[in-house]
Write a protein that binds this ligand. Structure first.
Ligand code: GLC
Ligand code: CA
Length: 557
């Protein structure tokens, strides 16, 4: 283990595996993944060699947004299991040396949350309504939304309610789906309730929280209009909707709660922020008294280009260092096109100014699968060699592609409906994992009727099949993660770029480690006797090995 359960600051170098519970494994044949399914396959994660798992929301939820619409923050969705199952998962993961991070969704609840039902039943101006963001509409009869803010999922961010007496009434704010009303973080009730939620799960042994949309929550007071011409894409800079100064005190409050657990055998608990923000803004969240770490999405956004990646790596490291935090690296998650497919697209980089719909640009464009696979293998070698922590989204270790041909009627992501069927959304990266066998559902479930259909051509990408193939993605991931544990140069720390021309990323880490990724047409010659791992079998001539285009190598230096 790189991090025994008592090591403080384990998050500075941890490799965290994201479990999307609905799609990980179905233990009871209802076609929906569940907690027992995760427990049944913890051996896969231990053998893979990750340090922790992060579980996307597992709470009771109408599942309008894959569980990011929570109706009870202190219980488990019956589709996924029970609190006893959750406890069993935490303790069995710990027994295998795996930490467990769960998802906190503090920007909004589900409309099924009892407090939102109370708010609907109560009068305008009541303390029940004050827990959410209710406002009177504009216009003579309040028939227009209170301001011009757009929802990330399309349409207006406001929904009008019918008052208990049957008349058209106030409007409530929802940054995401209409079924996801935003909490009012100026309400003391909300603050206290989330303190309770944090303690509830920390007391059950959870090691940390991923904070969903950590740059929202607090809105500029007065809720001023956006400039008329501001597309949602421009909202990550100075915007009344995002990244408000009022987030800092909430983060400090949560940090103090996590630090309260410092004296427990597990040590202090941690937070990882999800916030699509430029580096300079993002790292403010990582000041020493605020959050521990965050996803660094600029790596995920970057096109497969040496210059772009070199810049983003250099800037990320400098920004994190300026606040004394460790960086993290992310290739994918449940919101983004899978790397194998993304890197096979003509344009592999993203304009990530839209916080939740970056996948949209990829739908319907051709993918060169072979090239995407080659690059995704090189990309993970780069990711795992960089200083800091790393995130692996379930299925990346199998090289799963995005499922780009889901039938319209199979789509679940609210983006599909809210965009008027123009954005197919994120279901393509949420398809259940293939575990074994030759036909769908590949050991994922005993029920062929899986919540998203599984492709017919995935027999080669099952865990079982890849385990037997030394050239598989799984074999590569295991090799890299084992080396990362064993090699003191890897994980948190520093790196130095080596001079290597425009088309090659070449850097060293101490003691005695070097990583080279070739993006160009000219082979890079290395000493074959120093190779630790390579993204593909390198062609060798005597003691010289050649690293070709879209290939990567780890070397003993
Ligand atoms: C985050 C989640 C995403 C969800 C959104 C609203 O971006 O990762 O899946 O739709 O927040 O909760
Ligand atoms: Ca199930």
């Amino acid at each position: 283990m790189t991090s025994s359960p008592t090591t403080n600051d384990w998050w500075t170098s941890a490799v965290v595996y994201q479990v999307y519970p609905r799609s990980f494994a179905d233990s009871n044949a209802d076609g929906i993944g569940d907690i027992r399914g995760i427990i049944d396959h913890l051996d896969h994660l231990a053998a893979l060699g990750v340090d922790a798992l992060w579980i996307s929301p597992w709470y009771p939820s109408p599942m309008a947004d894959g569980g990011y619409d929570v109706s009870d923050y202190c219980d488990i969705n019956p589709d996924f299991g029970t609190l006893a199952d959750a406890d069993a998962l935490v303790s069995q993961a710990h027994a295998l040396g795996l930490r467990v991070i769960i998802d906190l969704v503090p920007n909004h609840s589900s409309q099924e949350h009892p407090w939102f039902k109370d708010a609907l039943a109560a009068a305008p101006g009541s303390m029940e309504r004050d827990r959410y963001i209710f406002r009177d509409g504009q216009g003579d009869n309040g028939e227009f939304p209170p301001n011009n803010w757009p929802s990330v999922f399309g349409g207006s961010a406001w929904q009008r309610v019918t008052e208990p007496n049957g008349t058209p009434g106030q409007w409530y704010l929802h940054f995401f789906d209409v079924s996801q009303p935003d909490w009012n973080w100026e309400s003391p009730d909300v603050l206290e309730e989330f303190d309770r939620v944090l303690r509830f799960w920390f007391d059950r042994g959870v090691d940390g929280f991923r904070i969903d949309v950590a740059n929202s929550m607090v809105k500029e007071s007065g809720l001023p209009d956006l400039p008329d011409d501001a597309a949602i894409g421009e909202l990550v800079g100075d915007s009344p909707m995002w990244d408000q100064p009022g987030l800092a005190p909430i983060q400090r409050r949560w940090r103090a709660i996590a630090d309260d657990y410092a004296d427990t055998p597990q040590g202090p608990r941690m937070f990882v922020a999800e916030a699509y923000l430029p580096h300079d803004r993002l790292v403010r969240y990582l000041e020493p008294d605020r959050l521990h770490t965050s996803f660094n999405f600029e790596f995920l956004i970057s096109a497969w280009k040496a210059s772009s990646l070199r810049t983003t790596i250099t800037e990320s490291l400098a920004a994190h260092e300026s606040v004394g935090a460790s960086a993290t690296w992310v290739l994918g998650n449940h919101d983004n096109f899978r790397p194998v497919s993304r890197y096979g697209k003509e344009i592999s980089g993203l304009d990530f100014s839209n916080p939740s719909a970056p996948h949209a640009q990829f739908h319907g464009t051709p993918t060169d699968v072979a090239r995407g696979r080659l690059r995704a293998r090189a990309a993970v070698m780069l990711e795992l060699a960089l200083p800091g922590g790393a995130y692996i989204y379930q299925g990346e270790e199998l090289g799963l592609p995005e499922v780009e041909d889901l039938p319209d009627e199979a789509l679940h992501d609210p983006t599909w409906e809210r965009s008027g069927h123009t954005d197919r959304g994120r279901d393509g990266c949420r398809v259940p994992l293939p575990w074994s066998g030759c036909a769908a559902p590949y050991g994922w479930s005993a029920n062929a009727n899986t919540w998203l259909p599984m492709p017919n051509n995935w027999a080669e990408w099952t865990v079982e099949s890849e385990q037997q193939d030394s050239t598989s993605f799984l074999a590569l991931y295991r090799t890299l993660l084992a080396e990362r544990r064993a090699n003191p140069a890897l994980g948190a720390g520093t790196m130095t770029w080596n001079e290597s021309g425009d088309e090659v990323l070449d850097f060293s880490r101490e003691p005695g480690f070097r990583c080279i990724v070739n993006f160009g047409g000219e082979d890079v010659a290395v000493d074959a006797t120093t190779v630790i791992a390579s993204s593909v079998t390198l062609s060798t001539h005597g003691t010289t090995a050649l690293v070709g285009r879209d290939q990567a190598v780890w070397l003993r230096a």
